[in-house]
Design a protein around this ligand. Structure first.
Ligand SMILES: *Cc1c(COP(=O)(O)O)cnc(C)c1O
Length: 405
């Protein structure tokens, strides 16, 4: 009964795919994607039901297996990442758990950057370790460290670029070559750039991890996650696990993120442009000692980042305020944060509203001082996820604190 979408012509650009992929219309012909808020699906007869449960016939049965709204989200994200398929998960961490369950068993070995998202480090270092999966944590930027960590049991290399909060960039192509020579897979967490800026499969990565909670939704409304990759892994390996283990993406959340992706390209362009302007301007402020942003010529992997990220730095930057010692650094960072009136004091990112964070006492607060020092996260470090406010208002908000230090 549904109004079949007209087939899309080949060669469409990502901005267009973000609007028109997977537009399945009901008999009402709604222009905006419908939200199928249902856990179960009525079957026409017992035979069809049996075929659908045996997967010998397409069709929806129960939302832990699939739901049309979630399927639309998956197809749209796969189109943007340039992968054959994608599968939704309850959150970004749910997607990483799903990847681990699908690829790893006791005795297997993983190599992972030690600068990855904190919960990712915990998941591999603590939770997967309980099941006999061993992880070696290596430098984000030094490929030789990755190479020397390879063992015969290495099954997965997992990277995230740029990192949070210091925006270190790794060489996706070099890691893909290394993984494939070792008979392993490379997965890349693409949260920070999103497919609008960076498409890791084009550089040889096998799997892409997403927290849809961040830039895909873009407005900080829901939790969502996904894995993008080849059909043989998505359909044959990961889908049966979601069906069994239940880290399924809720249809409502899938709908919100599907709508969010329509504006992904334009948001990433605008927020990256503002972030670059703020980063360049902060570099000239006397109260700031260092700015971390891949779009700056002063960034250690600037050329690599520009190649991998469509010439843009993304919307997250960090900076060190000046201070005589750790106590003064923290006081000065808190002063800058507390004097904002527009930018939100929060720890998430990927929102249209700018967010300011003190990593040393929040996202990295559970590390020891020695671990924090090793990670380069000082008490004077402030992270800024730049949103869509007017650039002058963002600068003025930062100046309230920076000019009164
Ligand atoms: C937020 C985030 C995650 C986890 O995603 P959730 O949706 O919060 O579970 C994973 N990786 C990166 C880089 C993130 O920023």
């Amino acid at each position: 009964m549904s109004v079949k979408p007209r087939p899309l012509p080949p060669g469409l650009h990502r901005e267009t795919l973000a609007l028109h992929t997977a537009l399945e219309r009901s008999q009402y012909g709604e222009h905006s994607e419908a939200l199928y808020l249902t856990s179960g699906f009525v079957q026409p007869d017992a035979e069809t039901s049996a075929h659908r449960f045996a997967h010998s016939e397409d069709g929806f049965t129960y939302a832990r297996t699939s739901n049309p709204t979630v399927t639309s989200f998956e197809q749209r994200l796969a189109a943007l990442e340039g992968t054959q398929a994608a599968i939704g998960a309850s959150s970004g961490m749910g997607a990483i758990l799903l990847m681990g369950m699908g690829l790893l068993k006791a005795g297997d070995h993983v190599i992972c950057s030690r600068s990855m998202f904190g919960s990712t480090l915990n998941l591999f270092g603590k939770e997967f370790a309980k099941f006999g999966v061993e992880t070696t944590f290596v430098s984000q930027t030094d490929v030789t460290e990755w190479r020397s960590a390879v063992r015969p049991s290495t099954k997965l290399l997992f990277a995230e670029t740029p990192t949070n909060p210091l925006t270190d960039v790794c060489d996706i192509q070099a890691l893909a070559d290394l993984a494939h020579n070792a008979g392993a897979l490379l997965a890349v967490d693409n949260c920070f750039c999103s497919p609008a800026l960076q498409r890791p499969v084009e550089l040889g990565a096998d799997l892409i991890i997403h927290s849809g909670t961040k830039y895909l939704d873009g407005q900080g409304r829901v939790m969502a996650g996904a894995i993008c990759g080849p059909s043989k892994l998505i359909v044959d390996v990961f889908a049966p696990i979601v069906r069994t283990a239940g880290m399924v993406l809720a249809p409502f959340n899938a709908w919100v993120v599907t709508k969010g992706m329509e504006t992904l390209g334009i948001r990433m362009q605008a927020q990256s442009a503002s972030a670059l302007a703020v980063a360049q301007w902060l570099e000239t402020h006397p109260a700031v000692s260092r700015v971390y942003y891949p779009g700056l010529a002063s960034h250690g992997q600037h050329a690599l980042a520009m190649r991998q990220q469509s010439g843009l730095g993304g919307a997250v930057l960090s900076f060190d305020v000046r201070g005589a010692d750790a106590a003064a650094l923290r006081a000065n960072a808190f002063h800058v944060i507390n004097n904002t009136q527009v930018i939100s004091i929060a720890t998430n990112l990927g929102d249209t509203k700018s967010i300011i964070t003190h990593p040393a006492t929040t996202s990295h607060g559970r590390l020891s001082e020695a671990q924090r020092q090793a990670a380069g996260i000082g008490q004077g470090l402030v992270r800024l996820a730049v949103g869509l406010e007017h650039l002058d208002d963002i600068k003025a908000d930062l100046l309230r604190g920076l000019d009164t230090l």
